[in-house]
Design a protein around this ligand. Structure first.
Ligand SMILES: [Zn+2]
Length: 133
């Protein structure tokens, strides 16, 4: 099983594949499965901006497309080359809420700093499937 540091390095591998010609802000991500597999993601932008996809969502969709579900996910790392450790956008937080367990570790990092959090911390007072019952 990868360590936190190793998973962050995997996310930086994902960042190399980013397609970010409009923002110039590449993002990488990596989902660590409990069986040890790693699913990379990156942001993929589009001239029609809303059609783009963020790196962390790409990684989660990558994992789900390979059959993983929330109980199979051990951790998620999200990285940038920016000067700050960036938090996920609101859409990604909603997707993480749906596709990850509340306390699964989420590592946010840039080249110099790291923050460890989870979706329960990132998305208080959220709207979930429980609200639809
Ligand atoms: Zn996002």
């Amino acid at each position: 099983m990868l360590t936190k540091e190793e998973l962050i390095q995997e996310a930086f591998k994902g960042l190399r594949f980013a397609y970010a010609p409009y923002s110039g802000y590449p993002v990488g991500a990596a989902v660590l499965a409990k069986d040890g597999r790693v699913f990379l993601g990156c942001n993929i932008e589009n001239a029609s901006y809303p059609a783009g996809n963020c790196g962390e969502r790409t990684a989660l969709y990558h994992a789900y497309a390979h059959g993983l579900r929330k109980d199979d996910i051990a951790a998620l790392a999200i990285v940038t080359n920016g000067n700050t450790v960036a938090g996920p956008c609101g859409i990604c937080r909603q997707v993480m809420l749906e596709l990850m367990n509340a306390d699964t570790p989420i590592y946010l990092a840039n080249r110099s700093d790291q923050i460890e959090t989870c979706i329960k911390e990132l998305m208080p007072l959220s709207f979930t499937a429980e609200d639809l019952k």
